[in-house]
Design a protein around this ligand. Sequence first.
Ligand SMILES: [Zn+2]
Length: 357
Amino acid sequence: MENPLTPEVLADPVALTRALVDIESVSLNEQAIADHVEQALRGVPHLTTFRHGNTVMARTDLGRAQRVVLAGHLDTVPHNDNFPSTLRGDLLYGCGTSDMKSGVAYALHLAVTLPEPRYDVTYFFYEAEEIESTYNGLFLVSEAHPEWLRADFAVLLEPTYGVVEAGCQGTMRAIVTTHGERAHSARSWRGVNAIHGAGEVLRRLQAYEGRRVTIDGCAYREGLNAVRIVGGVSGNVIPDRCEIEVNFRFAPDRDAAEAEAHVREVFAGFDLAVTDMAPGALPGLDNPAAREFLTAVGAEPVGKLGWTDVARFAAMGVPALNFGPGDPNLAHHRDEHVEIGKIRDGAATLHRWLAAV
Ligand SMILES: [Zn+2]
């Protein structure tokens, strides 16, 4: 098949965004887009290109003192009457315009057009970010070829509307269970009602005040919430069990053990089981490449509240942040779009950062 990623398209981040959007790549169907991206990179003399599944990596090896990663996922969520792209004025509409083919376009454009970046650069295009972790190309490569991801700093080109979102909060889920004793509801005094026992759990949640913390100038705000409650046997039985599922979103200065200890302290005296734990990532903005990146952007960073793949880089010891032109609020929406002006601004910022000597 003819490659739509021609040299003219690769030279223009806006045309490139549109061409990438118009290659269908719903999660687990990234073969075509990975083939095109790989082919576009293979012919470039200053890059060495590798592939693992439908994840493509290309790198410079100029012997620079520092190495940075520019990373983006190639997949999208399923289409919703928004494929292929349409252009309306300054807005490019279509599935993946914001999340995150405009970001992928930055990395691909710079990979091809910048033969002598000031740092060595690893350009990383990965599969299956939008679905379960087990398919995630960044996760798979971190297991199979961790050396591909060795670097001093990473920029994940997810949508942030041109703002730098640094680090990310962690997330933990747990089940708090209250116990009672079954009885016929006509003689309720013979039992112990586990749903009533949940009242104290809910009171503690209602009284809970999430901590706010500022790290490297980035503000984070924690939250502890009930997200599900299950209990009851039937309409005439005093229930002997009630489960309250809670979700704790925690700032990246707490690790997994500290997050768990904190939640256990809040629910002291209750039966608690942790069901899911994903630690966050510190912003890591004291790194020289990160500082120079912030200078190029020229704006203060903000803390990332949601969990992102930045945490996977952090787990490999690579400080990372999010920076992309798309509006994160439009991701996964039917009217997903990106502003052409934002694409150009961000491309200029990245160019300023990587090309400066
Ligand atoms: Zn995304």
